[in-house]
Design a protein around this ligand. Structure first.
Ligand code: COA
Ligand code: ZN
Length: 300
């Protein structure tokens, strides 16, 4: 039997948050429909953050309440603090994604908290989520490279992972927010992570800024990780991490996994259609490396 890998689509949040051109709720729902039509079932749709910090996510409640109710679909929303948690759960979120950067400066730039303050907020929200039956997916962002402090000590990342896990995190997502990581680092970090955390609890979120995204996912896959974030057409970047471009393109990740004998349940041609839909709403040129080749395949 083929092994399953979950491709978790983050374009609507991680991608759109960085777009200057406003994307209307209806357009987000149209992109979402195209994603679902391709077989994608796990989707981070928005974030309940300050609308002043990220205006593109100011429709989070409206969007969340308009999500399709089809069984088998899994939606989640990013929250930076307790207020975000309350807004998300009141809007119907059953899974929240928390974000904690591995360095002090990145936390200050992203959520206006020190690393210690942010850690405390994360642990409080995780415990509350556990008590209320809400799944807590925990990002450790800038886990391989920080745009402000540059070097990230892997020991600190491991310590943060332990604290989040002990508090009750359902999932630990290792995020290369800037795309500044390299395969050797990922190999060493995941080798250490799987000693104390089950691989099924781990996920990878690799930006493709320097063309390493797919390779980093492949290395983590070799350590038993079976869930990866990606973004349609490579959409996005992080408004608070200078120089970061989009996440690993969903179509590239799906192609690699399907070709390598893993089961994603996702149809690459239909992902291509979803990229076209998303392209209609953003100025950024979309498309992973595989798109050029796909477009030459007349039979597909
Ligand atoms: N959702 C909506 N509004 C929020 C909020 C949330 N989760 N958290 C705080 N606010 C509001 C407060 O109510 C307050 O509103 P007011 O000015 O009308 O009184 C205002 O934001 C400031 O609140 P404060 O607690 O002082 O927050 P801050 O200014 O220190 O900002 C964050 C902290 C976390 C809210 C803000 O930095 C943020 O939203 N960052 C998100 C970053 C992001 O999305 N990064 C990309 C994803 S990793
Ligand atoms: Zn990201």
């Amino acid at each position: 039997m083929m092994e399953k890998v979950i491709v978790h689509e983050v374009g609507l949040r991680d991608g759109l948050q960085n777009q200057s051109k406003h994307v209307h709720t209806d357009s987000k729902l149209e992109i979402l429909s195209a994603l679902i039509a391709s077989g994608i079932k796990s989707i981070e749709v928005t974030s309940f953050v300050s609308p002043k910090a990220v205006p593109q996510m100011s429709d989070a409640k409206e969007l969340y309440q308009s999500l399709p109710k089809k069984p088998g679909l899994h939606f989640e929303a990013l929250v930076p603090n307790l207020k975000g948690y309350e807004r998300a759960t009141e809007s119907g979120a059953k899974t929240i994604a928390l974000v904690l950067a591995s360095t002090d400066t990145m936390n200050r730039k992203n959520i206006n908290m020190s690393l210690d303050e942010a850690l405390k907020v994360n642990l409080d929200v995780i415990r509350r989520a556990n008590n209320e039956g809400i799944r807590a997916r925990c990002y450790i962002s800038t886990a391989l490279h920080c745009p402000f402090e540059n070097y990230v000590n892997p020991i600190e990342v491991l310590k943060i992972a332990d604290k989040l896990d002990t508090a009750g995190a359902d999932e630990l997502v290792i995020a290369d927010t800037t795309g500044g990581g390299n395969p050797q680092q990922v190999d060493e970090l995941f080798k250490a992570l799987v000693i104390s955390h089950e691989p099924k609890k781990l996920a990878g979120h690799f930006h493709d800024t320097r063309g390493m995204g797919l390779l980093l996912a492949w290395v983590a896959l070799q350590h038993g990780v079976r869930k990866f974030d990606s973004s349609i057409g490579g959409l996005g970047g992080c408004p608070f991490a200078p120089g970061a471009t989009g996440n690993l393109a969903t179509e590239d990740l799906v192609f690699m996994l399907n070709q390598s004998g893993y089961e994603t349940g996702i149809d690459i041609v239909k992902v291509r259609n979803a990229v076209k839909v998303a392209q209609g709403y953003v100025d950024q040129k979309l498309g992973g490396n595989i798109v050029g080749w796909l477009d030459t395949q007349k039979s597909l």
